[in-house]
Design a binder for this molecule. Structure first.
Ligand SMILES: [Mn+2]
Length: 253
């Protein structure tokens, strides 16, 4: 598989990383858990969102929904105070792009990025690219993220775009439910391959919604965060420049 170019980003001590919020843009109050979390992070120099911020995102049409507008405003307030915001699109919101960057001040990294913290370089990705045995899904992903489709998306009429999103969502739910778990599971061999290719000792991702933090045999440290709201759903660059895992609802250390 061809390796996409990935940026190298300096993440300072206190930078934090969350993912899989799956916010429903149609609901006006969907911003509340995010707002509450950001209020506890007033000293964090950077926030990284590992994908699936939204349950679905088909372009600017989504930004006009009541919940989405509030999420965008909250993120814009985050960057307005001088903090960085890095967003890796997930499989639900892979169309997050230039319009989202413009409104929020975020940097979007379609294929993830390499975080250069002082002591533990890490590759940060959404995590669906680790499901290499799911050939049908990987093929669909290549089509959906192809240039013609990405160019077309912002020009679709809202009602049409939102209907497509709804359909894709129900399709992906059915497809995932119907597949045996071995096929949709994240593959440790792919974790080893991506980490060695990026020359990093650590890979951090989400997508699976099942926490893990383990040292793979002959491979990197592999952290999968809980979906946001779970017990171990935040990775932070600690005082010693290494990644530590916390809970968004736990009191601050
Ligand atoms: Mn996902």
């Amino acid at each position: 598989m061809k390796t996409p170019a990935r940026a190298e980003i300096e993440l300072a001590v206190g930078a934090c990383c969350i993912g899989d919020l799956h916010l429903d843009a149609a609901r006006g109050d969907c911003v509340e858990p995010l707002r509450a979390f950001l209020a506890t992070q007033s000293r964090a120099p950077a926030l990284v969102i590992l994908g699936d911020l939204f349950e679905a995102w088909v372009g600017p049409a989504h930004g006009r929904l009541p919940g989405a507008a509030r999420v965008l405003a909250e993120l814009a307030a985050w960057t307005a105070r001088g903090a960085e915001l890095h967003v890796i699109p997930g499989n639900r919101d892979f169309l997050l792009g230039a319009d989202f960057e413009r409104v929020t001040g975020a940097r979007v990294h379609p294929h993830g990025f390499v975080a250069n913290s002082t002591n533990e370089r890490a590759l940060l990705i959404h995590g669906d690219e680790l499901c290499t045995l799911d050939v049908g899904y990987q093929r669909l992903k290549r089509v959906l993220r192809s240039r013609p489709l990405l160019a077309l998306a912002p020009r679709l009429p809202s009602s049409f775009a939102l209907a497509v999103a709804k359909r894709l969502r129900s399709k992906s739910v059915t497809a995932v439910a119907a597949k045996p778990s071995a096929e949709t599971a994240q593959q440790p061999d792919e974790v080893r391959r991506l980490a060695s290719e990026a020359h990093v000792p650590t890979l951090v991702c989400g997508h699976a919604h099942v926490f893990r933090d383990e040292a793979l045999a002959d491979g990197p440290r592999w952290i999968v965060l809980d979906a946001f709201g779970g017990v171990r759903d935040v990775a932070v660059v600690g005082e010693d420049g290494r990644w530590v895992v916390r809970g968004s609802r736990a009191p601050r250390a």
